[in-house]
Write a protein of this length. Structure first.
Length: 342
């Protein structure tokens, strides 16, 4: 059956339950593995308005009923049970097995930009129209195949990888629904494309949201919401991340250039301010990035910082002798400048 907690009447043996609350995976609640050692036939109808359930079989063909409609669930498929839907397990053969992921149902309406990727995925899974039973992609099947009920205590690296796999699985399933229904995964709005192109051509200049809004020809609120939704980060964060990426490539490519020269060429007011922003987005100092083998680096915070953050717009005009367009520096010559979202 599909229990909300372990009871004496549970037909599934060898169950493993992982409580997900407190792991930074909100709104995921629990992950349960069911193995029906002796099979099962029939159970009472359940209904839960506070949770959405995803059922993912790992073996056999398990029968479910959702809102009176019968489904036979096999490996390579997923069953979505929306909040408030009536459901029950109809039958399971000996040794059939499945995973059940419980997620908190969305409460109220929040701006999309205020939600994490996992929260947005759960909103989509909870409210998307269309069939509840779907085939899963090879990527989702591979992620499911890597899931195991973790042994306790587990090494923090093992736990982190396990949590990453679970989050990836949820995002992949949400993407499949979005793709099938032609929702939010669409071509960028022309205004967003125009603004990104302008940013990439003017990284050496001071850039503020007011200027980008004028280029977009949209209202301030419309531009900010559209850009953040489609790119995945705010306009300000996109600009600062791109500036630090260009700075990183420049420092690696030219041993003679100084950090101060790079900072001024990218319109930062001081080298100290530049170093602060650089560390925020690249996970290391400018000099540390230069020492990093093969240019590898750790990104600790690479986006999703809405609004002002430490006065990053306090920048000055670029000195002419430090323009990043001169001397084959990384703006366009010899480096690939990404124009996709974060």
């Amino acid at each position: 059956m599909l229990p909300t907690g372990r009871t004496a009447a549970d037909p599934a043996e060898g169950q493993g339950v992982v409580v997900l609350s407190g792991r930074g995976l909100d709104p995921l609640l629990t992950l349960r593995h069911h193995r029906y050692a002796d099979g099962w036939s029939g159970c009472s109808v359940r209904r839960d308005s506070s949770r959405i359930l995803l059922v993912l079989p790992s073996r056999g063909g398990i029968g479910f009923e959702v809102e009176g409609q019968a489904h036979t669930l096999r490996p390579g498929q997923s069953l979505r049970i929306p909040p408030g839907a009536a459901y029950r397990t109809r039958h399971a053969r000996p040794h059939d097995a499945c995973w059940t992921l419980a997620m908190a149902a969305p409460v109220g309406r929040q701006p999309v930009t205020a939600l994490t990727a996992l929260e947005r995925a759960v909103v989509l899974l909870a409210s998307a129209p269309g069939p509840l039973l779907r085939r899963t992609s090879r990527e989702a099947d591979a992620a499911l195949g890597r899931l195991r009920v973790p042994r306790q205590p587990a090494h923090w690296l093992a736990e982190g990888l396990w949590e990453h796999t679970l989050a990836t699985l949820v995002l992949l399933l949400a993407r499949e629904h979005a793709t099938a229904l032609s929702i939010p995964l669409r071509e960028p709005h022309p205004a967003v494309t125009r603004v990104i192109g302008w940013i990439e051509d003017h990284l050496e200049e001071p850039v503020d949201v007011a200027r980008l809004t004028r280029i977009s020809a949209l209202s301030t609120s419309r531009f900010y919401d559209l850009f953040t939704t489609q790119v995945g980060t705010s306009p300000k964060d996109y600009v600062l991340r791109r500036k630090t990426e260009v700075a990183r490539d420049w420092l690696l490519a030219d041993p003679a250039v100084t950090v101060t020269e790079v900072a001024h060429a990218l319109s930062f007011s001081t080298s100290q301010h530049f170093a602060t922003v650089f560390r925020r987005y690249q996970g290391t100092s400018p000099s540390g990035a230069r020492r990093s083998p093969s240019g590898t680096h750790v990104r600790l915070r690479e986006a999703q910082l809405d609004g002002p953050a430490g006065g990053e717009t306090e920048q000055r005009e670029t000195p002419a002798h430090h323009s990043i367009r001169q001397g084959g520096t990384p703006a366009r010559t010899g480096f690939s400048v990404r124009t996709s979202g974060c």
